[in-house]
Structure formats: structure tokens, C-alpha cells
Design a protein around this ligand. Sequence first.
Ligand code: SF4
Ligand code: SF4
Length: 299
Amino acid sequence: MLSHDEIKDTAYGIGFDLCGVARARTFLKNAEAFDLWLDRGYDSSLEYMRRNCDKRMDVKQLVEGAQTIVVCAVSYKSSISGGYQSTDRCKIASYACNRDYHKTLKKMLQQLLRALQERHPSLEGRAFVDSAPILEKQYAVEAGLGWIGRQSLLITPKYGSYVLLGELVLNTESDAYDKPMQTVGCGECRRCIEACPTGAIVEEMTIDTSRCISCRTIESDNTSAIDLHGWIFGCDECQNCCPYNSQAKRQRNPSFDPLFDPRDISSEEWQAMSEEDFSLRFGSTPLKRSGLERIKKNI
Ligand code: SF4
Ligand code: SF4
């Protein structure tokens, strides 16, 4: 049996800002809400959301023998998070100004897994960072990291929503599990709903992705013509307005420092940029995912 305290101490030692331990389980209520969301067509062009629905709701169908989910998070709040003026026209979501987090987080999770395996040789597990249909925000809630805000993102009391999540799915039980937080939440606040420039937060915790700038600037299908409000990759509007984010600490891990500041790059500079220059300057960031042509089109 794994030790809950040992898991969390090891995770903090590796550099995670938050860690919680949840029991693997099926999310029946979430499945109903998810089906309704799909029925309304709010997934728009995100076709992958319709695949592997059974696995998404039941992690044991994804990883045989799954018993325990360790949810880890790192903060990425930087000077760019919430730092734009309303006149800025080449805005990029602050996470995308950093080195692509997938590799960094996965390495940290694998380090955690190896450390646990040294003490528990029969332990088996898999590390996931956006690479499988896991209800990671719901598991983060189960593991006591925070709650899901009205804009559908995980909110943590200390780091707000500027957190990146990764999970270890383990085949062994823990001697204790964390519990969801009971005394915090959004209260009467509705700032994110009011701040969304396109009305994409159609109900509490319900996003119409056809109207969401974050999806429309990144996903390959850009057929829905919406005003991007100066965002050329991602959108942080519903995070920048959140009081939990205003009071959140800036991150301290150099692996998540911004590699560039979008406020220093004009639209003319973007339009004149060559593929070679783009690759040299932004090849290690998430911007590589959509590519230069898409950024120019968004501008
Ligand atoms: S990311 Fe932007 S467009 Fe999408 S819900 Fe948030 S504020 Fe609205
Ligand atoms: S802005 Fe307000 S309603 Fe939205 S997630 Fe933050 S606290 Fe919750």
C-alpha cells in the first residue's frame, strides 16, 4: 500500500506546487452533463471530444487495474498573466509564452513514479499530461486541489487558475485519500462570465467552444467567424479577471519562465516573420502547434 504523505512529500520535493491523491472512480453525473454538452453541439470542431467517452468517465477502462490517481499541478503565473492593455492587438495566452509544458511536466511525473517504485517495487503506473481522456479537473477537485470555477477551469486558492495539471494513474491503493475542499468557491462572483468577450460561457461551467477564442485561435477548423479581440493564440480573459488569480503568487520554477513577451512583437513584425525565424524563436513553445501561418491569419 502506498503512503499518502510519502506521495505528496515526494511530489513537492520534485517541484510540483500542488499534489493531491484521489481514488480511481467512475463519474456518472459528469457523464450525463458531458452528454448534454455534446448534444447541444458545444464541442463544435473538437471531434476528439466525442471519442473514448467511456474511458473519459471511467479511468479503469483507460488503465486496467487503476486504483489511485495522483494529481499534480505547477503554477505558471508570470508578468504576462493579466498584464495586457485593452489596446494590445497581438495577445497570446500566458502559458504559451513558456516552453511547451507537456515534456517538462511528464518528466516530473515520471521522476515521481520512479521514486515511488523504488520504495514499492510492485507499483505500476502511467503518467498523463493532456495525452489521454481523463477527467483531470474533476480528479483535481476530488484530490482537494481546488474547485471548478464558473469559466470551467480549476481554481486553486493559492495559485488561482494559472496552473498546469498532470496525473499519475497507479495500480496500488493509498493508505489515505484527499477530500474535496468544502469551504471555498466562487461565491457570488460572476466576473469571468461578464468578462468573456464572445459570450462563450453560456452557463455556469459550460463553454460553447464555437465561440471560445481560445479554441478558435488554436484548433485547425477556424470556420466560425468570431471577433478574436486581439488574441492571436489562446485567450486569458476569463482568467485575468478572476480575483483568485489577481492575488495568486507568481511562479518560481525557472522551467516555466516566459521565453518572450508578446507585447514586444508588433503585428507588422509577425506578418513579416519567416518560417525559419518563427521556428528559431518559438519552436519550443506551444505556438508551434498552430504554426506561423495560423498566427498571421488570426492577426
Ligand atoms: S477563453 Fe476567452 S473566449 Fe474562451 S471562455 Fe474564456 S474569455 Fe471566453
Ligand atoms: S472570476 Fe469569479 S466566478 Fe469566475 S472563476 Fe473566478 S471566482 Fe469564480
